[in-house]
Design a protein around this ligand. Structure first.
Ligand code: AMP
Ligand code: GLY
Length: 427
């Protein structure tokens, strides 16, 4: 089979390394991929949002199967376009991807179907929004409706901050048209859990849970980033919480999407907060999370490509999806300064002991020079995942591995998994 994977980050590298394990995957292309992915797939310089060029490439190269990983091409309808050319895909259609593409849509869906989430109001007029924040509870959360590279959520600690957020999103258009509409919602408290689930609209299989670390610096300080590290499973996601989530959130969401004529096929991501009133949905994503994927897939025992094709063929119900009874930790190494200004172009070097086993190294922002040197080329440069029988051991192994990778001005958090470890009494 000739397989095409759309995207070029650490998440896509983790997906590609996993599908390579299936002998059916004779040839894998990554569009655009990156300098690290180039060791595992043929990278083609076509951007993930150049939909016409992607479809043309797929036709010219007789692609048998496409995996669309990032949010933008899914929300723009790449899966519909490829299926229109009879190319089977893993990923939701445009009408289903709206569950991530519009926060107003997802909030209305949850309200209509009684799925627990924060209380909210939707505004498409800035004056009405200013009026609302004069009296609402503080802190309050202000969200741009559309995609905003993970930056469209502002937690306002004062009324002034709330007004600034409304101005920035709706009037100054910090996120372009994504801010024409905003959601203003209740501030929730509690530990956060990410759960990715395979679903074909008939069956829904939650994967092992995980915990992201979004802030740039230790002790959850600094700016929000795309994610500085992850651990799995998440200790706050107990069996009891999992049962509630399945009954009150996961299955009702799948059924709601079916009823709305928006059958969701692919990986549905539930961003959850375990509040004192039970688990609530913070956000849905229509795709694998990054860097959640980098800890979830290394624990997956069942063949990933088999699962993906079962989703595409609506046969997920017939498959037993199994995970290892182990722990995983992924530490992200970023360019100094990220998520603000940072420099690129520094050579990345690996100690020989880590080169011999690079299964857990997932490259995100790097490119390969003509002489073969790998150089930094983005904010989040790479991630290292290690697995072990205990969380403590997985964390220690990940930090031992990251110490074997070097580039100038590298920055990584030193406390990935610390909170989770405290929650499990250090085991
Ligand atoms: P999102 O992009 O929707 O995942 O939001 C980014 C982050 O903002 C989440 O991971 C939460 O930490 C935080 N957040 C979003 N919504 C709320 C909320 N209603 N209450 C508290 N924190 C929130
Ligand atoms: N790690 C959060 C996301 O992928 O949206």
């Amino acid at each position: 089979m000739k397989i095409m994977v759309i995207g070029g980050g650490g998440r896509e590298h983790a997906i590609i390394k996993k599908i390579k394990e299936n002998p059916l995957a004779e040839k894998i292309y990554a569009l655009p991929g990156n300098g690290g992915i180039a060791s595992d797939a043929e990278c083609i310089e076509i951007s993930a949002t150049d939909l016409d060029a992607i479809v043309q490439f797929a036709k010219d190269n007789s692609i048998d199967y496409a995996i669309v990983a990032p949010d933008d091409p899914l929300v723009l309808g790449l899966v519909d376009m490829l299926e229109g050319e009879s190319i089977p895909c893993f990923g939701p259609s445009r009408v289903a991807a709206i569950i991530e593409g519009s926060k107003a849509f997802s909030k209305e869906l949850m309200k209509a179907y009684g799925i627990p989430t924060a209380e909210y109001e939707i505004f498409d007029d800035a004056d009405d929004a200013y009026e609302y924040v004069k009296n609402c509870n503080i802190p309050v959360v202000i969200k741009a409706d559309g995609l905003a590279l993970g930056k469209g959520v502002i937690i306002a600690e004062s009324r002034d901050d709330a007004r600034d957020a409304i101005k920035s999103i709706m009037e100054d258009k910090a996120f372009g048209k994504s801010g024409d509409t905003i959601v203003i919602e209740e501030f929730l408290e509690g530990p956060e859990v990410s759960v990715l689930a395979f679903t074909d609209g008939n069956a829904l299989v939650p994967m092992v849970s995980s915990m992201d670390h979004k802030r740039a610096n230790d002790e959850d300080r600094g700016l929000n980033t795309g994610g500085m590290g992850t651990i799995a499973p998440n200790p706050y996601y107990t069996e009891e919480v999992a049962e509630i989530c399945k009954e009150e959130i996961f299955l009702p969401t799948m059924i709601a999407m079916n009823r709305e004529g928006r059958r969701f096929k692919g990986c549905l991501y539930f961003g959850l907060m375990i509040t004192k009133n039970g688990p609530k949905v913070i956000e849905y994503n229509c795709r694998f999370g990054d860097p959640e994927t980098q800890v979830v897939l290394p624990l997956l025992k069942t063949d990933l490509l088999d699962i993906m094709m079962a989703v595409t063929n609506e046969e997920l119900e017939d498959l037993d999806v199994e995970f290892e009874d182990k722990y995983a930790c992924c530490v992200i190494m970023a360019s100094g300064g990220y998520p603000e200004k940072y420099e690129k172009g520094y050579p990345i070097t690996f100690d020989s002991s880590i080169v011999s086993d690079d299964r857990g190294i997932f490259i995100a922002g790097a490119k390969r020079e003509d002489d073969g040197t790998l150089i930094t080329n983005g904010g989040r440069v790479l991630g290292v995942t290690e697995t072990a029988d205990t969380l403590k051991e997985a964390i220690e192994k990940a930090y031992r591995s990251i110490a074997k990778i070097h580039f100038d001005k590298a920055h990584y958090r030193k406390d990935i998994g610390k909170k989770a470890l405290e929650a499990t009494n250090g085991i």
